[in-house]
Structure formats: structure tokens, C-alpha cells
Design a protein around this ligand. Structure first.
Ligand SMILES: NC(=O)c1ccc[n+]([C@@H]2O[C@H](COP(=O)([O-])OP(=O)(O)OC[C@H]3O[C@@H](n4cnc5c(N)ncnc54)[C@H](O)[C@@H]3O)[C@@H](O)[C@H]2O)c1
Length: 263
């Protein structure tokens, strides 16, 4: 269990009865793992998906407070997406929330020579990291009803971060995708938002060349602990809850305030 969790801080009824589909668990450091943990502590029922490596993800999920079913899902696989509602229905008769914790860019996307990156690499990054928020939402559409909340994980897509390159472009695209989804699904009472996290020591982040967080800790008004994944996970749980009922198409910042810092 994470250091910041405890009976007094978990908001134990925040997500009572909520049925959540959580993508992106790979290790116990994954943001998705912490969302699953915090959500369970807040009373939610969690269904997890795994991108290949199902037995590894099942083992990782075995550390969660309560058992969770694990469904194989590559967000770029049309057949797996088409089968998803039927498989989810075995475990729950609907969903109150979907968490998109998925990103990938081929190494060329982080190359110093930004402008030379070949389109197939860029296309892969955009498909996995941005378009998939739409394809996942589309796949789950019949399981979602009024009050449901879709949450994706963002890293400030408005700036050009050194070394982040085409993943930065993918995050800018993700922000736009979330706004269009919010527009499409708003009339059905379904919210779509992103949580913009500061840098955390996960597999996805530490594989980015030059990953460093000291400047964030220095620049954020509240400072920044790159190991406190639970803090970001709890923000996701807040957005999944009924307590932001008219917030949609928004980026909710969980970055220690870095984005408002002057210089
Ligand atoms: N760690 C950070 O500093 C940070 C900051 C802001 C936002 N984020 C975002 O948080 C999300 C989760 O990343 P993380 O940091 O927990 O790292 P992570 O490596 O633990 O998670 C990334 C996940 O993406 C999954 N994935 C990759 N390709 C996939 C595919 N085709 N289909 C389905 N799943 C696929 C991986 O299996 C993995 O579970 C990502 O969107 C990432 O960009 C991370």
C-alpha cells in the first residue's frame, strides 16, 4: 500500500459501488496500478486490462487490496476492442468509469532530430497515445450511462518539452481528442477529462531519454515527489467520483502547481 494512503485519507465512500475499467497496469509503479488501489480503497469495483503479458499483470494485480479480473487489451487491436464489452459484461453489468493510462512512442519519437522522425513511428505514437482514448471510449459506449466518467493521463501538451518530442505532440492530440469526446458524450451525461501529472518514476517515463524531475521539484510551488504516484491516482479518483459532476473537457492539474510557475 502507498505511503500516503490510510484510513483517514482514503475517502472510503468516494467511489462506493462504482464499476471501473482501468487500462495501463504494468508494474506496481504504474499510475494505473495506483488508481486501481486508491479506487478499491474508496469502494470501487475494478476491472483491469493488460497489454499482452497477462500473467505478469495478474501477478501485479495480486498485490491490490482486493482481487480484480484482468482482460487482455491492446488498444490498437480492433478485434479485442470489439470483444471488450462482452468480456467486461461477464464481470459487471455496466461501467461508471474508464481510465486510460496508456502511452507509447517508438524510440525514434524521442530522437534529437525531431523533424526527421519517420511518419510510421509518429503514427504509432499518435495511435497508441491519443487516438486510443477515442477507440476505447467507442468500445465502451454501450456500457456507460449518465454520470459515467472517462479519465485519461496527460503531460502538459501545451509546451515543447526537451526530449519529449513526438510524445509531446501525442499529448497535445490527446487533449484535443478529450475535448471532442466530451462534446460528443456530454449530451449523454458522460464526462471526459484528463489529469495532467507531473513527472513520476514509471517505466514509460524513465524510458524517455534525459528523464529528470529535479527541476519540477524546484519549480513547483508545492514541490514535487516523483515517487508519490498515489497523489496523482487520488486526483484521478476524484475525477471519477460524483464530486465533479459538471466538469468535462477539462485538464485537471496534479503537478504541484508547476504549470502556473513564472519561470
Ligand atoms: N510517469 C509520468 O511521469 C507521467 C506523467 C504524465 C502522464 N503520464 C501518462 O500516464 C499514463 C500511464 O503511464 P505510466 O507513467 O503509468 O507508465 P507505465 O509504463 O506504467 O504505463 C504505460 C502503459 O501503457 C500500456 N500500453 C502501451 N501500449 C499499449 C497498447 N497498445 N495497448 C494497451 N496498453 C498499452 C503499457 O502496457 C503500460 O501498462 C501514460 O499515458 C503516460 O503518458 C505519465
Amino acid at each position: 500500500m502507498s505511503e500516503t494512503t490510510g484510513p483517514e485519507t482514503t475517502g472510503s465512500h468516494l467511489l462506493a459501488g462504482k464499476r471501473l475499467l482501468i487500462t495501463g497496469i504494468l508494474t506496481p509503479n504504474s499510475i494505473a496500478y495506483h488508481v486501481a488501489e486508491q479506487a478499491q480503497l474508496a469502494g470501487a469495483q475494478v476491472i483491469a486490462t493488460a497489454y499482452g503479458r497477462v500473467s505478469l499483470v495478474k501477478r501485479v494485480c495480486g498485490r491490490l487490496p482486493r482481487p480484480v479480473p484482468v482482460i487482455e487489451l491492446d488498444v490498437t487491436d480492433k478485434e479485442q476492442l470489439a470483444r471488450l464489452p462482452e468480456i467486461v459484461s461477464v464481470h459487471a453489468d455496466g461501467l461508471d468509469g474508464v481510465v486510460h493510462c496508456v502511452a507509447y512512442g517508438p524510440p525514434a519519437c524521442f530522437d534529437e532530430d525531431f523533424a526527421a522522425t519517420p511518419w510510421p513511428d509518429v503514427a504509432r505514437s499518435l495511435e497508441v497515445s491519443a487516438y486510443s482514448l477515442a477507440s476505447l471510449t467507442h468500445a465502451c459506449r454501450d456500457l456507460l450511462g449518465p454520470g459515467a466518467s472517462i479519465v485519461g493521463l496527460d503531460f502538459d501538451g501545451q509546451r515543447a518539452w526537451e526530449g519529449y518530442n513526438w510524445m509531446g505532440v501525442s499529448k497535445a492530440a490527446l487533449e484535443s481528442v478529450s475535448r471532442y469526446l466530451a462534446t460528443q458524450f456530454g449530451p449523454r451525461g458522460i464526462r471526459v477529462n484528463l489529469v495532467a501529472s507531473g513527472p513520476l518514476r514509471t517505466v514509460a517515463a524513465t524510458s524517455i531519454p534525459g528523464f529528470d524531475t529535479a527541476y519540477w521539484d524546484k519549480g513547483a510551488p508545492m514541490g514535487w515527489d516523483d515517487k508519490d504516484v498515489a497523489a496523482v491516482a487520488r486526483t484521478c479518483c476524484a475525477v471519477l467520483s460524483d464530486w465533479l459532476p459538471v466538469t468535462t473537457g477539462s485538464v485537471v492539474w496534479a503537478d504541484g502547481g508547476y504549470h502556473i510557475a513564472g519561470s
